[in-house]
Design a protein around this ligand. Structure first.
Ligand SMILES: *Cc1c(COP(=O)(O)O)cnc(C)c1O
Length: 228
């Protein structure tokens, strides 16, 4: 199906999920995940109203950034290595995947050199899957306390990748955990930390994620089709 129609379908389902949970559809951003997707398709999505694209590899994103329609915002959603931080700061508006104090410190160092600030989300491993990046839920508040002292990082919220389970309902506990963690962190009143964003929900589970409070869904396959 054409990209434009796919986007409309996703937006309709997002709106329905908002309606079911008493939320305002304007409070949930659709981040189009464009890994492996070519520049023409990305521009088509932008033409159909996409305002934010997300990539998981810095080199691929940088290459496409230079060609894609300039009115879109770029988010990094995949694990970031120290040696790629400098590059990502040249084009990204937000990093969803800050998964250690170590990488946050490196982002601080490079952002300071460039005299810029960057919005970040702290990635939490809510599924207890060993293979997943992200802080353990129990370690998140401590990490927030440290990262909040880095002046060039603006902590906007939390991010998670739900468990890889075929039934979306089974992923709900991951999203619930992230929402509760956000509430808990805000109750701590850490100086400089007022978490607003929850980046959670992908093609298979974004509706459940919205019901649990997601403010950013990261959708690739439902927009661009299966990745090859
Ligand atoms: C690929 C990817 C997505 C999108 O996955 P789909 O199932 O294609 O919607 C979302 N978030 C991250 C971090 C990804 O790497």
């Amino acid at each position: 199906m054409p990209i434009r129609e796919n986007i409309q379908l996703v937006r309709n389902k997002m709106a329905e999920a908002c309606l079911r949970s008493g939320r305002n559809p304007e409070d949930v951003e659709l981040v189009a995940i464009t890994k492996t997707v070519n520049v023409e398709q990305i521009n088509e999505a932008i033409g159909a109203g996409i305002r934010v694209v997300g990539e998981n590899r810095v080199q691929e994103a940088w290459r496409k950034f230079q060609e894609v329609d300039k009115k879109v915002h770029w988010h990094l959603v995949g694990h970031l290595q120290s040696n790629k931080v400098k590059r990502v700061l040249q084009f990204a508006d937000m990093i969803h995947s800050v998964d250690s104090v170590h990488i946050a410190r490196e982002i601080q160092t490079q952002a300071e050199k460039l005299d810029r600030t960057i919005e970040v989300l702290i990635q939490v491993n809510t599924s207890q899957e060993e293979s997943k990046f992200g802080l353990e839920p129990e370690a998140t508040i401590k990490a927030l306390e440290v990262i909040s002292t880095f002046p060039n990082l603006k902590i906007e919220g939390l991010m998670t990748i739900g468990a890889f389970l075929p039934e979306p309902e089974d992923v709900r506990p991951c999203f619930k955990l992230l929402r509760e963690l956000k509430e808990k962190a805000n109750e701590r009143k850490i100086v400089g930390v007022q978490l607003k964003a929850l980046s959670m929900g992908m093609t298979n589970d974004y509706e459940v994620a919205i019901e649990e409070g997601s403010t950013m869904v990261r959708v690739g396959t439902a927009i661009f089709g299966e990745r090859v």
